[in-house]
Design a protein around this ligand. Structure first.
Ligand code: 2P0
Length: 322
């Protein structure tokens, strides 16, 4: 195989019904379906160059050399699928405002799956690309598509992948991320969800109710019922964080400012503005709202947070070659 270089761009996604727990750690098969919205503002560009002269893979993140075993095992997977032995240079740049803490394994592995598979000569359809991205990081399988996307849990490597639910979002939805600094290093998603599956007495209830959340959320999206969509998303996020609080040992991702931000969103709601919050495995609060209300919401949040802490996104596209 001659030296071949491919660049792909993938965007992050925010889960409205979250993935929190695996039934297979190695293959990354989740315990429940999840449903996300791909965002336009935060993305990763990754170039993969296979080169016969190389004796190992070399990975640069934001132009800095990194030793990342997860990237190496992912590249081994791509090589085994393509039946090649050539090593590669992987050059990845996160287009996320510095210090935002929003860099995501979702955009990273979606971009890497696309760039590496194309550079290796594999011509994967989107289903197989989603399956491949999933092996890097679960949430990455959803970033193959734009708009609203469902990850169908499946039972094994072949039937666990994302499908588009509403790719071209004809709806003026915005996501306002409130960027907060975490003082301490929190538990990773991977370990956090593992601990919850093993020890939360409420885990079975999570799995059972997520299926209903997904079907109600899909109805709300199809009806363009923003309040229903927001309510389901906020409740599902709090249910995920309640699992963390109920694990043994218990943990949480909240900072004091996270609770302040949530309170401000609730106060805005009491004044008649439709807005809802969701949080992932970190302290940042993401506010789901309609574009027409962004100015009023920013005004209220600015009483506590600086303009640099408020980052606005809209629905974004799926993975592409650039
Ligand atoms: C999600 N999160 O659905 C959930 C909600 C965080 C909270 O997927 O172990 O980096 O690599 O599959 O995908 C973050 O976990 O975990 C995540 P792995 P991942 O977006």
């Amino acid at each position: 195989m001659k030296s071949c270089s491919v660049t792909a761009r993938a965007h992050t996604n925010i889960a409205l019904v979250k993935y929190w727990g695996k039934k297979n750690q190695e293959l990354i098969i989740p315990m429940n379906n999840s449903l996300s919205l791909t965002l336009d503002h935060f993305y990763t560009d990754t170039t993969v160059t296979f080169d016969k002269e190389l004796e190992h893979d070399t990975f640069y993140l934001n132009n800095k050399l990194k030793d990342d075993p997860k990237i190496k095992s992912f590249m081994n997977l791509v090589r085994s699928l393509a039946n090649i032995k050539t090593f590669a240079t992987i050059d990845s740049v996160n287009h996320v405002p510095t210090q935002a803490g929003l860099a995501s394994s979702a955009s990273a592995y979606a971009a890497l799956a696309k760039a590496a598979s194309c550079a290796a000569g594999l011509n994967l359809n989107k289903t197989n690309l989603s399956r491949l991205a999933r092996r890097g990081s679960g949430s990455a399988c959803r970033s193959i598509y734009g708009g609203f996307v469902e990850w169908q849990q499946g039972t094994n490597d072949t039937d666990s992948y994302a499908v588009p639910f509403l790719e071209n979002v004809d709806w003026d939805i915005s996501v306002l991320a409130i960027v907060l600094n975490s003082k301490e290093k929190k538990i990773t998603s991977r370990l956090g969800m593992q601990s919850v599956v093993a020890s939360s007495p409420y885990y079975q209830a999570w799995v059972e109710t997520c299926q209903q959340n997904i079907s109600d959320l899909k109805k709300a999206i199809l009806a363009r019922n923003f309040d229903e969509m927001g309510r389901i998303s906020e409740e599902n996020a709090m249910k995920m964080h309640a699992l963390n609080l109920s694990a043994s040992p218990h943990f949480n991702y909240f900072e004091p400012e996270s609770l302040i931000a949530m309170r401000l969103v609730e106060e805005l709601r009491q004044t008649g503005i439709s807005c809802y919050y969701t949080l992932d495995a970190g302290p940042n609060v993401k506010v789901l709202c309609l574009r027409k209300d962004v100015t009023a919401i920013k005004k209220k949040l600015s009483t506590v947070f600086s303009p640099e802490q408020l980052l606005l996104s809209s629905p974004g596209p799926g993975v592409t070659l650039i």
